[in-house]
Design a protein around this ligand. Structure first.
Ligand SMILES: [Zn+2]
Length: 115
């Protein structure tokens, strides 16, 4: 069932045409640990930005493979853009999805600090 998410101030809103993930990735890389991101990866075709493109900033680091998108008003990072297996991908921050029960979704540790 599709689910929706947003940044804190509501300027950025999105819909993902997929079921809520059975598990999320908790990564220890330099940005995930600071932002507390809990991520699930979906094909870009399953991700619709409903509003907020004008409010979204971009942040890249390291190899610039991931474009972190954050709301320039409230600072929330609802998603990031990248590629997976050569296809456009969106990394959705499940913390920005109110329907997700954060305490119930298992977290899979990713050693991103070693990549
Ligand atoms: Zn915002």
């Amino acid at each position: 069932m599709p689910y929706q998410g947003s940044c804190h101030c509501g300027a950025v809103a999105f819909t993902v045409t997929a079921d809520l993930p059975a598990e999320v990735y908790e990564c220890n890389c330099s940005i995930c640990r600071r932002k507390g991101l809990l991520l699930t990866f979906v094909p870009a075709t399953a991700f619709t930005l409903d509003s907020g493109e004008a409010s979204l900033g971009r942040y890249r680091f390291y190899k610039h493979r991931i474009t972190h998108r954050f709301c320039t008003t409230c600072g929330t990072e609802p998603f990031a853009e990248g590629e997976q297996n050569g296809q456009p991908m969106r990394a959705v921050n499940i913390r920005c999805v109110p329907a997700a029960d954060l305490a119930a979704i298992p977290r899979k540790a990713v050693n991103g600090a070693a990549f």
